[in-house]
Write a new protein. Structure first.
Length: 439
């Protein structure tokens, strides 16, 4: 059945299932970043709190090591057998990893085995998240009307922000509802135990989805998918990795806001979580705005112009934060930066799958995204913390964000979309372009 012939409620349900599952996935993954300070005390006790935090942040990065493997294997699986079974698999894997963290004994209880098991849980989370993004985003685009692919596709970034928003909301609730001592002792487990709900909820909302992949035209095996993508599309993958570099470093700065506020700016937990909450509310709204504008105007223009603005604003904005010493200024500043970042990301994320043909679309997106996020996002918090520790300058890490933002901009401008997709006002032209890119 043609996509546009489907009843609207069915289409809405399919998109809702993809974004809710994606939001739950990223809630589980990003809650670790938001609660890094408390995990450091539980699993990496040390005389120097900076050393303890650095070890916790490094373990956060370990989760990214498994992302490329998840992207490669689950992405190829989705291109061979379908988007739906791939998304169902990632739901169960993520729940297992998150449940482990919530139930693990601490270092004081079982010694070195505690951080070892924490690393294993992070590897499971990373494998799952690496495999989730490609099928979910591809499913969103393939479920969308031809003239609204920008808005539908932007729900991918919006759903990540929704997951992070829920994480911040849980943290904010804990900050006000339980004492700091209780939070150190057992309160940090609550967000991870809540994350276990991802399995039954995710399975329930995804089990009745329609499949968008035409399996009759798919490759005969997972190996065939991988051979095709590596033999014929590796140049696109490299370009997409560079596109992702600056964007993902920016995204993980916003995940780092709570840790930065507490450890570097010495604000309270409640202010740190308020900043997180406000940031991801803004991020959700402006990601969707970016996608909607991409449907109306040039896709690349909406991806590029806000990225230029946020890159130019980053240093002076954070300088204002540090010099003011005001948590209110901090909350407002990171929210404004997130608005431009999310608008660019809402449009930019759509560029990647649209340059690949349908039979390798999920693999191309999954591999490029997983490698880009692993190399740049997975090391972002470690680099931020390390630069601050080495220089003693609260703003020294910002130049790293700015430099990679320039790299991301250049890669975005270099991407060539199929004819008819550069400007999105003409629905007929876009239909032809999508059909051509699917062949």
């Amino acid at each position: 059945m043609n996509q546009t012939d489907r009843p609207q409620p069915s289409q809405t349900m399919r998109v809702g299932a993809a974004i809710l599952g994606n939001a739950l996935e990223f809630y589980d993954f990003t809650v670790y970043a938001a609660f890094a300070v408390w995990l450091a005390k539980a699993f990496f006790p040390a005389d120097n709190p900076n050393t303890s935090l650095l070890l916790t942040v490094a373990t956060f990065g370990v989760g990214f090591v498994a992302r490329p493997l998840g992207g490669i294997l689950i992405g190829a699986y989705a291109d061979r057998y379908g988007r739906k079974p791939a998304m169902t698999l990632t739901i169960w894997l993520m729940a297992l990893g998150t449940g482990m963290i919530g139930l693990l004994p601490t270092y004081d209880q079982i010694g070195l085995l505690a951080p070892v098991l924490l690393v294993l849980a992070r590897l499971l989370q990373g494998f799952s998240t690496g495999g989730e993004m490609g099928p979910a985003t591809t499913y969103l685009l393939e479920s969308a009307p031809a003239h609204r692919k920008g808005f539908f596709g932007s729900w991918q970034l919006a759903s990540q922000n929704l997951g992070s928003l829920f994480s911040a909301l849980v943290g904010l609730g804990l900050a006000f509802l339980i004492t700091p001592g209780a939070n150190d002792s057992w309160g940090w487990r609550i967000p991870f135990l809540l994350g276990i709900l991802i399995a039954p909820v995710g399975y329930f909302i995804r089990r009745n989805l329609d499949e968008t992949l035409d399996t009759e035209t798919a490759h005969a095996s997972v190996g065939g998918v991988l051979s095709d993508i590596l033999a014929n599309h590796w140049g696109k993958i490299v370009l997409c990795i560079l596109l992702i570099s600056g964007a993902t470093i920016g995204q993980y700065f916003f995940l780092y806001t709570a840790t930065y506020a507490i450890n570097t700016l010495h604000y309270s937990q409640s202010w740190a979580m308020t900043a997180n909450f406000a940031t991801f509310v803004v991020g959700t709204i402006f990601a969707l705005l970016g996608g909607a504008l991409a449907d109306r105007y040039s896709l690349k223009t909406i991806a590029v112009v806000p990225r230029i603005i946020v890159t130019l604003l980053f240093y002076p904005a954070l300088l204002l934060v540090v010099s003011s010493g005001s948590p209110v200024v901090y909350v407002v500043t990171v929210a404004v930066l997130m608005a431009f970042h999310a608008m660019s990301g809402g449009a930019g994320i759509i560029l990647i799958p649209l340059i690949f043909p349908a039979i390798v679309r999920t693999s191309g997106l999954s591999i490029a995204y997983a490698l880009g996020v692993t190399i740049f996002g997975g090391t972002a918090q470690l680099v931020f913390t390390g630069i601050i520790g080495a220089t003693g300058d609260k703003l020294s890490w910002v130049w790293y964000v700015v430099a990679m933002g320039v790299v991301s901009l250049l890669a975005t401008m270099a991407i060539q979309l199929p004819e008819g997709l550069e400007r999105r006002r003409d629905s007929a032209a876009q239909n032809a372009a999508v059909a051509s890119s699917s062949s």
